[in-house]
Design a protein around this ligand. Structure first.
Ligand code: BG6
Length: 440
């Protein structure tokens, strides 16, 4: 049994209830023994907090074993904490040799929380901090937050989460080419016509309108999850696993900035409107009725990288799409037609052969992403977490797009719930005589 002390900031929030507590519970069943100090602003007692948590646990943990849950929750206490009040931080204890402070809070509170933690001495080397994405809302805010955090915590104490990096199916992208040299040869500029990355969700913004509306699909999905998938799909095949962060950084730095003309013709933004009995985005709870926030984005980009010269990448992500699907499609110049790597809902690899249909293999999706990442933090392995430089490189690519939207260079296009985004997203490929792999 490995012991650790876990301080969870933002413990009453949606992410904590839906993902982090269930992951900690599963990790405890796999042998971790966490004592958990749950913190949030609400003035609750521990029994009151546990009441709330128990209800949500029934909802989010499949076939929950009541006695295992009781053992787990016996190690949870609740401390009311206002992130801006230094006084409140004095109640926290972090003497355990393996203490983890998880920031499941809005990024605008990261810097203040770090200052307060440091002011009460909670930045000693036994402490690791876990920061949820998105880190900032653009390059400047990301740098400011990172600089502030860096004044109080050393790089080896900081774990910047992108939960897609905890998915076995995403991690396998590394092994796809690394362990299969014949594929590594095929999946490069010599044979590939282009690559597609799709992250499609049937879900809307659910109860997260307050978080999502200032964010949008570009910041919420593309800047992080999608660029990480792209990076893992394109890093050189022969590098050792411990060098993946550096290799991903090289790819992210090689993203060719979009020219003004490309910003206009190669980027599509959309917003869902009511359909099939479901609300449109601007009718969702906590969303501004005149919101100009995009719930869909599609774009074409290239890498300025010796191995990927001339290979276009098409990325698209959207909420309230016709299907839920996370997929990378390597489309060849000639037969075989395509190698399709599906990350979700079921991890699989499919090779489409000319005149022979497809060879498909279903792969194990493995343990839950948050559980895996929590165990990696406990073990002190930073490899599946982002380095600050990766985030900055990703923001550097995304910033001009945000700016162009701010200037209304491209219109915000409506698409109906249950579709695959605005027509312009199809035209983006049609203009190059190409087609999205999954479409209606
Ligand atoms: C989160 C986004 O990072 O990822 C959500 O904030 C999105 O908007 C979610 O729904 C998707 O994650 P998954 O694991 O369900 O594909």
């Amino acid at each position: 049994m490995q012991e650790c002390h876990f301080i969870l900031l933002g413990a009453t929030g949606d992410l904590a209830m839906r993902k982090i507590f269930p992951a900690l519970f599963r990790a405890s069943q796999a042998g971790l023994k966490p004592s958990i100090c749950a913190c949030a602003k609400s003035p609750l007692s521990t029994p009151e907090f546990l009441d709330k948590l128990n209800t949500r646990a029934q909802e989010y943990i499949k076939s929950l074993d009541p006695s295992a849950w009781e053992d787990f929750s016996a190690n949870i206490s609740y401390t009311p904490l206002d992130l801006t009040r230094l006084e409140d931080f004095k109640a926290l204890q972090a003497t355990h040799p393996n203490t983890i402070i998880y920031f499941s809070i809005a990024p605008e509170f990261f810097a203040k929380a770090c200052q307060n933690l440091a002011a009460v001495g909670l930045n000693t080397p036994n402490i690791k901090i876990v920061l949820e994405k998105p880190l900032g809302t653009d390059l400047k805010s990301c740098q400011e937050i990172c600089q502030e955090i860096g004044q109080h915590f050393k790089e080896e104490q900081i774990y910047r989460i992108d939960h897609y990096l905890g998915k076995q199916s995403v991690h396998n992208l590394f092994y796809l080419r690394h362990n299969n040299p014949f594929l590594a040869g095929l999946l490069g500029a010599n044979y590939l016509d282009h690559v597609q990355v799709s992250v499609l969700e049937t879900l809307g913004v659910e109860s997260r309108g307050g978080f999502y509306d200032p964010m949008g699909a570009l910041r919420d999905m593309l800047q992080n999850h999608m660029l990480q998938i792209l990076a893992l799909s394109t890093i050189p095949a022969n590098i050792p696993i411990e060098r993946t962060r550096q290799a991903k950084l090289e790819i992210l730095k090689s993203l060719k900035p979009l020219s003004r003309a490309a910003l206009k013709s190669q980027v599509v933004r959309g917003q869902y409107i009511a359909g099939g009995g479901l609300k449109g985005y601007t009718e969702e709870e906590q969303v501004n009725h005149n919101s100009q926030t995009e719930t869909f984005v599609a774009l074409k980009l290239e890498l300025d990288h010796p191995s990927w010269q001339g290979v276009p990448f098409y990325l698209r992500t959207g909420k309230r799409m016709g299907i839920s699907l996370v997929q990378v499609v390597f489309v060849f110049k000639g037969p075989p037609q395509a190698l399709v790597y599906t990350i979700q809902p079921q991890c699989s690899l499919e090779l489409q052969l000319q005149g022979m249909g497809a060879l498909k293999s279903t792969l194990d999706s493995g343990m839950d992403a948050y559980e895996r990442l929590i165990l990696e933090v406990v073990a002190g392995n930073q490899a599946p977490f982002n380095h600050q430089d990766e985030l900055e490189a990703a923001w550097s690519f995304v910033d001009p797009i945000l700016q162009s939207w701010h200037e209304n260079l491209t219109p915000l296009l409506p698409y109906t719930v249950g579709s695959f985004g605005p027509q312009a997203a199809f035209d983006l490929l049609h203009q190059d005589n190409r087609e999205w792999f999954a479409h209606v």
